[in-house]
Design a protein around this ligand. Structure first.
Ligand code: PEP
Ligand code: MG
Length: 543
């Protein structure tokens, strides 16, 4: 294109994936396919492949060591487990032995694996296809010298790409207003979860467009709108939006450290969800009324072998110390489903309906009892509660309670300080919402992420299910209202710790349902308190 011909303004709307406004130079991520056809001997090519895999695994292990949040660690752990599994190269080795270069054999084998995942019936495996491509890309880079590391984006730059791998996202500097627009992708993909937790504006699903020559763009991650080569009107509109977004942010920052109160004076407890204690170090505990969910899976990531009782006790203590006397709700291990843990969970045809959460803990009492003992010992030292994930039957909660009582007796015999904390459960399986009166629990917390997927039969990992995987739909809302009113009748406190609590569209419905306690990602506290401050029972938004 001649330098004098500037492309016309182009406005396209994709799907919002991470809120925020961005304005800056366009950076298109080119995809290169390098085919190194110069094969050495079979033995040399085998060695090259094994070395490339070992180098890729070392890089992923380094990335795991450098991240301090649960989502990123879980994504990378899955990749590391795959890289360390001999099955990864089982199909490539015979091809190499037949004379093919390592690159060709591996690239073709991985393309087959990823296609198998992507086209399978199972939504869980479909969502894993991008993780397979991610790790394959990393190995291939070692074989070819291609680029898979940090993307060099100018400050404020808007990255346009077909898709983006989680590990490449994690290697890149997104500070200074940088943002992402993907032609493919999904708001529930791992890279979108990471973008939201780090506040990087992102929109996805723009379709297969050929975009060339645009120097600058505007992106609105809240609406999914991308304007390439914006005109003066676009710039003015963007400026106004940014100014009002800045004002809103100032209000949110002011509200973040205050007790949340609705416009008609009802106090609402706003707690935070936490994973690795390292995440908490940068946060002021005054932000919240406590921690409503500690995802204890962090203990099992980035390590060889399972965490010991002492490892766990040290981590729980650190979190209780941070909370400075505010209540902390620890969730027992929720492995399985979208949270595989190498060496513990196993491959299942439908992991979301399989041996996950409390089902796995009860099936592995050797592992669960270690966690129970660490929790009992921590409970002697702070204000804490414990809840079990993925409960479906009263017998499961009874088994959990029995284990706590048995291990408390063992600790007493051993002369170790301990206390039995209040024991509750998450409401994630519709069976529990329907039969709350049959459970003997001290409290419940609604896990709206899983509750939504099970009410709507729509996997939380799937792409292309817009409208179904939505906690705002009436069926899910009725189930939430049912839990809130059963809890009130039974005298069982009800809270909510799924993403619905920070969805500004859904939160007013939750308040109208009678929820007075929610737990959200730390970055969302200000936003949530602002929505609460604007809400009134008789006529606020959705009131
Ligand atoms: C939920 O399911 O809503 C929840 C909070 O648990 P997780 O997202 O960890 O499965
Ligand atoms: Mg859940």
């Amino acid at each position: 294109m001649s330098a004098l011909i500037r492309p016309a303004r182009l406005e396209i709307v994709g799907r919002p994936a991470s809120p925020g406004l961005a304005r800056g130079p366009v950076h298109i991520l080119e995809e290169t396919t390098v085919r190194d056809v110069h094969a050495g001997t079979s033995a040399q090519e085998r060695t090259r492949l094994l070395e490339a895999i070992a180098a890729a695994a070392a890089e992923v292990a380094d990335l795991i060591a450098g991240v301090d949040d649960e989502e990123a660690a879980a994504i990378l752990e899955f990749q590391l487990a795959m890289l360390e599994d001999d099955a990864l190269i089982a199909d490539a080795l015979p091809v190499i032995d037949g004379g093919a270069p390592a690159l060709v054999a591996f690239q073709d084998a991985m393309a087959d694996v990823a296609a198998g995942y992507r086209t399978g019936d199972d939504e869980y495996f479909q969502a894993r296809a991008s993780d397979i491509e991610d790790l394959a890309e990393r190995v291939i880079a070692h074989l070819t010298g291609a680029e898979t590391g940090a993307i060099e984006l100018p400050p404020g730059g808007i990255l346009l790409a077909r898709d983006l791998t989680p590990s490449r996202f994690l290697s890149t500097d997104w500070s200074g207003g940088r943002a992402i627009a993907l032609f493919e992708g999904s708001p529930t993909a791992h890279v979108a979860i990471l973008a939201r937790s780090r506040g990087v504006p992102m929109a996805v699903g723009f379709g297969t467009l050929k975009i060339t020559g645009h120097a600058a763009a505007l992106l609105d991650g809240e609406t999914g709108r991308l304007v390439l080569s914006p005109d003066a009107d676009d710039e003015a509109g963007h400026h106004a939006l940014t100014a009002s977004a800045d004002e809103i942010r100032t209000v949110e920052q002011r509200l973040a450290r205050r007790q949340a109160v609705t416009a008609d004076g009802t106090p609402i407890k706003v707690m935070i969800n936490a994973g690795d204690p390292g995440e908490l170090d940068a946060l002021d505990p005054a932000l919240c009324d406590g921690i409503g969910l500690v995802r204890t899976e962090f203990l099992f990531h980035g390590r060889r072998g399972l965490p010991t009782e002492d490892d766990q006790l040290a981590a729980y203590r650190r979190i209780l110390t941070w909370a400075e006397g505010r209540p902390v709700t620890f969730r027992t291990l929720d492995a399985g489903g979208d949270k595989p843990i190498a060496g513990l969970t196993r491959e299942e045809s439908n992991p979301f309906l399989g041996l996950r959460g409390i089902r796995l803990s009860l099936a592995r009492p050797d592992v669960f009892r270690v966690q129970v003992r660490a929790l009992l010992r921590a409970a002697a030292e702070g204000e804490m509660l414990v809840m079990a994930p993925m409960v479906a039957l009263p017998a499961e909660m009874q088994a959990v309670t029995d284990l706590f009582v048995e291990e408390a007796a063992a600790l007493r015999r051993a002369g170790l300080a301990h206390a039995i904390p209040p024991l509750g459960m998450m409401v994630e399986v519709p069976a529990v919402a329907l039969t709350l009166d049959l459970f003997d629990v001290d409290f419940v917390s609604i896990g709206s992420n899983d509750l939504t997927q099970y009410v709507m039969a729509a996997s939380r990992d799937a792409t292309g299910l817009a409208g179904l995987d939505d906690a705002g739909v009436e069926a899910v809302q009725r189930m939430i209202r049912m839990v809130v009113s059963s809890g009130a009748e039974l005298g069982v406190p009800v809270s909510l710790c799924g993403d619905a609590g920070s969805d500004t569209r859904v939160l007013p419905k939750l308040l109208a349902a009678g929820l007075r306690s929610i737990s959200v990602a730390p970055a969302q506290v200000g936003r949530v308190k602002r929505v609460i401050a604007d809400w009134r029972a008789d006529g606020g938004p959705d009131g």
